[in-house]
Design a binder for this molecule. Structure first.
Ligand SMILES: Cc1ncc(COP(=O)(O)O)c(C=O)c1O
Length: 462
C-alpha cells in the first residue's frame, strides 16, 4: 500500500530529521555512512507485511533477516515475554543455577531435533553459537587426549557470523580484509553449488565430488589436526545454495572415517524454514553438534544455541571438575528469551507451519522457476520456504555483472520500488518470507520480481 501524498511528505520530512540523528549517533551492521543516507525507517509489521515511516507497506521477502518465521505482530509472543519479565526478569544460568523456561525449552528441543541430540546450551545469537561449537569441538578432542585436533573446515560462501572465529569460518572474503589476521586453523573448501561447482571427475556425481573436497582438505592438513567441519544445510547468506541429495551422506561418511566432528549450522534452516524442522532431515544424516538461532524465537527476542550429541555430552560430563567446560555467556538460558521460544514453537506446531513451508514452498518455487525465462535470470533454486534467484550478465557463461555495475544495489532498489523487501547476495535475490505468508502475497512477490529484475538489468546495461 502506498500512502497519500500529503501524509507521505510529512512523514518523509520527519524521517529525514531522524535519519540525520541516526547518522550522528548510530553505527550499523556492515556500516558505511553513505549506505544510510536514504535508509528506510521500519515502524510496523503484520503477518508478512512491513511498513516504513512514510506509511508504505512492503512484502517482507526475507522474514526480517531469515528469522520472523511466525510473522510479525504476534501478541502471544509479547504476552509470553511480559509474563516472564514480570515473574523473573533474569538470573544467571551459571552451573548451580537454572530456571523453568530454560529447562522446558531444552526438554522440548530434545523432542524436536535429531534423535542423538538431547542436550543444549543457549546463547544470544548465531555467532555466539558458532563460537560455542568451535570451542566445544576443541574441548571434545582435548578431553579425548587429542589436543592437536583444533582446525575447523568450512565452505566458501558459508556464513557463520562475524565474531572473530565465526568470521574466520565464514567463507565470504568481503568480510575479512579490514579485520585480519583471521583466527589460525580455519580453512575452506568449495561450496556444493549445483549451478557453479566444476566437477572435474566424470566418475562422480556433483554431490560426491563436492563432498570429497572435504576428504582432500583433511588429508592435506592431516586428520590428526582437524577438529570439525561446519556446514549450513542450505547456505543462506552466500546465495541460497541447496546441495545435491548425496552431498551430506558422503560428508557424514568422511567425518566418521577421519574422526572429525560434523557441526550443522541450522541458524537459518532450523524451525521449519526448509519444510522440515531441521535441514539435515532432508539428507537422512545427523550432526554431532547443531547450532540454531533466528527462527527459535522468530526474532522477537535474541536467542541462539547449540545442541550436542549424547556422545559429545558424555565427554563434556566425563572430565574432572578442574577441566570443566569453562564456557559461558551472561544471557545463556535467559528466562524471557526461553519463554518466548517455547511460545513460538507452540505456534509453529499449532499452525503446522513446517508442513506449510514444504507444500507452499514447493508451489512458490514452481512460480519462481518461470522467471528463468527472463533475460538476466541464470538460476532459480530453493527448498521449502527458502529460495534464490540468481541474476547473471550472460546466461550461457553464467558470468556475473562486474562489481562496477552495482547490481546488488540496483536489484535491491528495484525490488523495493516494486514493493518487495529482501537482501541480494552475490547477485542472488534471497527469498525466505514468513512461513505464514498467504498465496496472494507470494504471487505479489513473484510479480514484483518479474518487474524489478528486467528494470535493474536494463539500467545496468545502460
Ligand atoms: C547460518 C548462519 N549462522 C550464523 C549466523 C550469525 O548469526 P548472528 O547474526 O545472530 O550472530 C547467521 C546470520 O545470518 C547465519 O545465517
Amino acid at each position: 500500500m502506498v500512502p497519500t501524498n500529503e501524509l507521505a511528505t510529512r512523514a518523509t520530512a520527519d524521517s529525514n530529521d531522524r535519519l540525520a540523528v541516526d547518522q550522528k549517533h548510530l553505527l550499523h551492521p556492515l556500516h558505511h555512512p553513505t549506505a544510510n543516507v536514504k535508509a528506510r525507517i521500519w515502524v510496523e509489521g503484520h503477518g508478512a507485511v512491513i511498513k516504513d515511516s512514510t506509511g508504505r507497506e512492503y512484502v517482507d521477502g526475507l522474514a526480517g533477516l531469515w528469522n520472523v518465521n511466525v510473522g510479525h505482530g504476534r501478541r502471544e509472543l509479547a504476552q509470553a515475554a511480559q509474563e516472564q519479565m514480570s515473574t523473573l526478569a533474569y538470573h544467571s544460568s551459571y552451573a548451580g543455577a537454572t530456571n523453568y523456561p530454560a529447562i522446558a525449552l531444552a526438554e522440548k528441543l530434545s523432542t524436536l531435533t535429531y534423535p542423538s541430540i538431547n542436550t543444549f546450551f543457549f546463547t544470544s545469537g548465531g555467532a555466539e553459537a558458532s563460537e560455542t561449537s568451535f570451542k566445544t569441538a576443541r574441548f571434545y578432542w582435548k578431553a579425548k587426549g587429542k589436543p592437536d585436533k583444533f582446525k575447523v573446515i568450512s565452505r566458501m560462501r558459508a556464513y557463520h557470523g562475524l565474531t572473530l572465529a565465526a568470521m574466520s569460518a565464514t567463507g565470504l572474503p568481503a568480510f575479512w580484509p579490514m579485520f585480519e589476521p583471521r583466527t589460525p586453523g580455519f580453512l575452506h573448501i568449495d561450496a556444493p553449488d549445483p549451478y557453479r561447482f566444476v566437477n572435474t571427475d566424470p566418475g562422480k556425481s556433483l554431490g560426491v565430488a563436492a563432498a570429497d573436497k572435504l576428504e582432500e582438505a583433511i588429508l592435506r592438513e592431516g586428520p590428526e589436526t582437524v577438529a570439525a567441519f561446519i556446514a549450513e544445510p542450505v547456505q543462506g547468506a552466500g546465495g541460497v545454495i541447496v546441495p545435491p541429495a548425496d552431498y551430506f551422506p558422503r560428508i557424514r561418511e568422511i567425518c566418521d572415517q577421519y574422526d572429525v566432528l560434523f557441526i550443522a549450522d541450522e541458524v537459518i534452516t532450523g524451525f521449519g524454514r526448509t519444510g522440515r524442522w531441521f535441514g539435515l532431515e532432508h539428507y537422512g544424516v545427523e550432526p554431532d553438534i547443531m547450532q540454531f538461532a533466528k527462527g527459535i524465537t522468530s526474532g522477537y527476542v535474541p536467542l541462539g544455541g547449540i545442541g550436542v550429541s549424547d556422545a559429545v555430552r558424555d565427554v563434556i560430563n566425563g572430565v574432572p571438575a578442574a577441566k570443566r567446560w569453562m564456557h559461558a555467556y551472561t544471557y545463556s538460558g535467559h528466562p524471557t528469551c526461553c519463554a518466548v521460544a517455547l511460545k513460538n514453537i507452540e505456534i509453529i506446531e499449532r499452525e503446522k507451519l513446517v508442513d506449510r513451508a514444504a507444500t507452499q514452498g514447493a508451489r512458490f518455487l514452481e512460480k519462481l522457476r518461470t522467471l528463468e525465462a527472463l533475460d538476466g535470470v541464470g538460476h532459480v533454486r530453493g527448498q521449502g520456504m527458502i529460495a534464490g534467484v540468481e541474476v547473471v550478465a550472460d546466461k550461457a557463461t553464467k558470468k556475473l555483472f562486474p562489481p562496477e555495475a552495482g547490481m546488488t544495489q540496483r536489484l535491491t532498489d528495484a525490488l523495493l520500488e516494486h514493493g518487495l523487501v529482501t537482501r541480494v547476495a552475490l547477485d542472488c535475490i534471497c527469498l525466505a518470507p514468513p512461513l505464514i505468508i498467504s498465496d496472494e502475497l507470494l504471487e505479489q512477490a513473484v510479480a514484483s520480481l518479474r518487474q524489478a529484475i528486467p528494470a535493474a538489468v536494463a539500467t545496468a546495461i545502460g
